[in-house]
Design a binder for this molecule. Structure first.
Ligand code: BG6
Length: 489
């Protein structure tokens, strides 16, 4: 039940992080190298070619494995949550979190991905995390694969291009269900499953220079992820009767720059491309228009008998997504462009932007919620939303009103969508605590309600400090949204 100013009673308020951006301890407790551990510091990203700007090549991987000290690999440090999770969970509990989205580092459980038995030390570590969360009454939402597959699977097989990786992922996922199923009721398979075309290495271990036919290989890798996702959905449903599993999409909202039909058509196509992934995972089939597009491009996916039946039979229970910004499309090749979350879009003259140029658009979140619910008719969960900003410490405090304003506007948009009938069951902000950026590996791109004393070079005490937004979010959760209407814009 909702009233005019509060969210549904059981609404899951919380935050989201990913193992590779927070844990650190990259070589501790038997962990193997993951694809994140070879990602270098890239502050000056050029969004024109995101795959290229990730800068991952066969050569850079070789260098990263052999010369640990020469380049900066900030994800190896994270924010040291591996050792500090108890204190961090206490801080999340202090904010009143009902839920926390984390991911499991696959290479902690299976260092090369191919071991037959999991690493017990890693299981014990995550078990302790979940027990602690249970004690604090924080519901875990767990992503099985968030940009951190074992590097060995990438080096040996070019990642998900190889069908054999399905078995490795299914084994890993079942280990998670068997060991953590008692504690975890909400699971997600692949973080931003659509991101595979934007950064194939990070998402699927596909090294671009190893492919003669990159696009074909990406479609193949994606198909394997779809099949793997459906298999583990079946396995979870068989093993843990009260658990649910969701797809996870980057919601990239695109508007036509003008009402010119050419602009509208381009925007429509961008949005259809974006929905393709959820179409497969929620509806259980490849959309006809995408199949036709692949045919026209000469792409043929190698499918095994039964694949399409598995996709159809084991669809997800809910749809989760990240939402940070929106962009426009235009037929005018000279239209001004601006970066967004691993994309470059046409600039919207009506929107402000973050320090990284991502356009701030709360109304776009409302539109996304309505659009996705109308299209799929399954419960929705926002599992990432937030703004990266430079924070300044003044007299020992951080007055991040800009962050409060961002969240206030987005929460009001969510409430409007709920009032219009959208079944939104939860919200986890990205990120409740400062962490290493996925795209740039910066620490200075700060998202948290909690400040972490570490700089881009990893220097600092790593002590945690509450920002103004910490108290604000605590109040929002405590009043289930009611105090939203007293703060900010
Ligand atoms: C999402 C990813 O796309 O964006 C997160 O799932 C990431 O892992 C977030 O951190 C924000 O992007 P960035 O590059 O600012 O860290």
């Amino acid at each position: 039940m909702t009233n005019k100013t509060t969210f549904p009673n059981d609404f899951l308020w919380g935050g989201a992080v990913a193992a590779n951006q927070v844990e650190g301890a990259w070589n501790v407790g038997g962990k193997g190298l993951s694809v994140a551990d070879v990602a270098t510091y890239k502050p000056n990203v050029d969004n024109k070619d995101y795959a290229a700007h990730m800068g991952v090549t066969t050569e850079s991987i070789r260098e990263a494995i052999s010369e640990y000290s020469d380049a900066m690999y900030p994800k190896r440090r994270g924010i040291d949550m591996y050792h500090r999770y108890k204190d961090d969970l206490d801080l999340f509990a202090e904010m009143g979190f009902k839920a926390l989205r984390i991911s499991i580092a696959w290479s902690r459980l299976y260092p090369t991905g191919e071991e037959k038995e999991p690493n017990q030390e890693a299981i014990d570590f995550y078990l302790d995390v979940f027990k602690e969360m249970k004690r604090l009454k924080i519901e875990p939402i767990v992503t099985l694969s968030h940009y951190e597959m074992p590097l060995a699977l990438s080096v040996k097989y070019n990642g998900w291009v190889s069908r054999s990786v399905i078995d490795d992922f299914v084994r890993f996922s079942n280990t998670c269900f068997d060991n953590f199923g008692e504690y975890v009721k909400y699971w997600l398979t692949f973080n931003e499953v659509d991101s595979i075309f934007r950064h194939p290495f990070t998402t699927a271990g596909v090294v671009p220079d190893k492919s003669d036919q990159l696009e074909q290989d990406i479609y193949q890798a994606l198909h394997h992820q779809f099949v793997a996702s459906a298999i583990v959905t079946k396995d979870l449903h068989n093993k843990v009767s009260d658990a649910q599993i969701g797809a996870m999409l980057t919601k990239l909202m695109t508007y036509p720059l003008t009402s010119r039909p050419e602009d509208v058509e381009l925007a429509l196509k961008k949005n259809l491309d974006n929905h393709f992934y959820a179409d497969v995972q929620v509806r259980g089939e490849y959309p006809a228009l995408i199949l036709n597009k692949m045919k026209r491009q000469g792409i043929t996916i190698d499918m095994v008998e039964g694949d399409l039946e598995i996709l159809k039979a084991h669809t997800v229970d809910f749809l989760s997504f990240s939402y940070y910004m929106s962009m426009c499309e235009s037929a005018d090749v000279n239209a001004e462009r601006t970066p967004g979350n691993t994309v470059l879009g046409v600039k919207n003259p009506y929107l402000p932007a973050t320090d990284w140029g991502w356009q701030i658009d709360p109304k776009g979140l409302k539109i996304s919620l309505i659009e996705l619910y109308d299209r799929y008719n399954v419960p929705l969960m926002i599992v990432e939303n937030g703004m990266g900003a430079y924070d300044e410490i003044e007299d020992g405090q951080i007055h991040d009103q800009y962050r409060v304003d961002y969240f206030t506007a987005h929460f009001k948009a969510m409430k409007e969508a709920i009032d219009e009938g959208v079944n939104l069951i939860g919200y986890t902000s990205w990120a409740p605590i400062d962490l290493v950026s996925a795209g740039t590996s910066q620490m200075s791109k700060r998202y948290g309600f909690i400040y972490v004393d570490a700089d881009d070079e990893g220097k600092g005490t790593y002590n945690r400090m509450r920002k103004d937004s910490f108290y604000w979010y605590k109040d929002i959760i405590a009043t289930n949204g009611e105090s939203l209407y007293q703060y900010g814009e």
